[in-house]
Design a protein around this ligand. Structure first.
Ligand code: ADP
Ligand code: MG
Length: 278
């Protein structure tokens, strides 16, 4: 296909898929290994549609591994193995009939360190995912998408006059919001965020937390955070992971965030959310 034809192929208003409403994602009996080292043991968690679920727990208890399993990034590590299922609205993304690209499209990821393409313009950064997933769009559709994704990412007003400036020239907080905008451009149904604010200042953190709350209206969010105040502020549901004394990570307790913080059922949860360890 020529470049000109490419520009005029229209992006469908609603991307394909049996159900474009809010999606539930469920990990069922997830066990994970790196080589011989078992790091998660039969972890099950349902992350509800249109809610923000926070994964909390001390370093090394398998939160990032669990998150990466939710969009098939775990399998990128050569020694990594996995048992269990990940159901996106009831369908196992690991089913042999399912394509990796579809899982990555439906389930986006934002990392701890903002990773925009530094030399690409702000506009190109937002649109980068379309190219990677082979999605065609007309020029006007692309312009609308750039504006709507940057608006949802809470960045539009700061960059609308310099969309051709390099993404690498933005501040750290702005770069992270650019990464959020980029992940939204392919219209994911779930957005995974692995400590997205831990490299940012409090003001940028606050902007991203506001952005997350607005996004939850249209995308299911799962966030790993070390910051208990952040978990309490942004999440609806919380899951407390723990790997005690070299054993694999498990979920000790999960439920409504308010209950987890105010009336935890397990003494280990109480100790953790009150900052007594980890
Ligand atoms: P958390 O995000 O809760 O800090 P991780 O999921 O990163 O925990 O790590 C869980 C365990 O898996 C740790 O023991 C860690 O050392 C190990 N691990 C993580 N990534 C790798 C890897 N790529 N190769 C080998 N071991 C790993
Ligand atoms: Mg981690």
């Amino acid at each position: 296909m020529t470049a000109a034809a490419d520009e005029t192929t229209v992006l469908p208003a609603t991307p394909p898929g049996p159900n474009r409403g809010l999606a539930e994602i469920e990990g069922r009996d997830i066990t994970a290994w790196f080589g011989q080292h078992k790091v998660l043991d039969r972890v099950s968690l349902t992350m509800r549609a249109g809610q923000i679920t926070a994964l909390i727990g001390p370093s090394g208890c398998g939160k990032s591994t669990f998150l990466r399993i939710l969009n098939r990034m775990h399998e990128l590590v050569p020694s990594a193995q996995l048992a269990g299922e990940v159901l996106l609205d009831g369908e196992d993304i690991y089913d042999p009939s399912k394509r990796l690209i579809d899982a990555r499209r439906a389930i986006g990821m934002v990392f701890q360190k903002p990773n925009p393409f530094p030399a690409m313009s702000i506009r190109e950064n937002v649109l980068a995912g379309l190219k990677l997933t082979g999605t065609k769009a007309s020029r006007s559709t692309k312009e609308e998408l750039v504006e709507s994704c940057l608006t949802k990412g809470g960045l539009w007003n700061e960059v609308k006059d310099r969309l051709d400036a390099p993404g690498g020239g933005l501040s750290g907080g702005q770069q992270q919001r650019l990464c959020i905008a980029r992940s939204l451009a392919i219209k994911p149904r779930v957005l995974l965020m692995d400590e997205p604010c831990s490299a940012l200042d409090p003001t940028s953190t606050n902007v991203i937390e506001q952005t997350m709350k607005e996004l939850a209206q249209e995308v299911t969010i799962v966030i790993v955070t070390h910051n208990m105040q952040q978990a309490a502020r942004v999440s609806d549901q919380c899951a407390f992971f723990l790997a005690s004394q070299g054993t694999p990570g498990v979920i000790v307790e999960h439920g409504d965030t308010t209950a987890m913080f105010q009336d935890p059922q397990d003494p280990r949860t109480a100790d953790y959310v009150h900052g007594r360890f980890g």
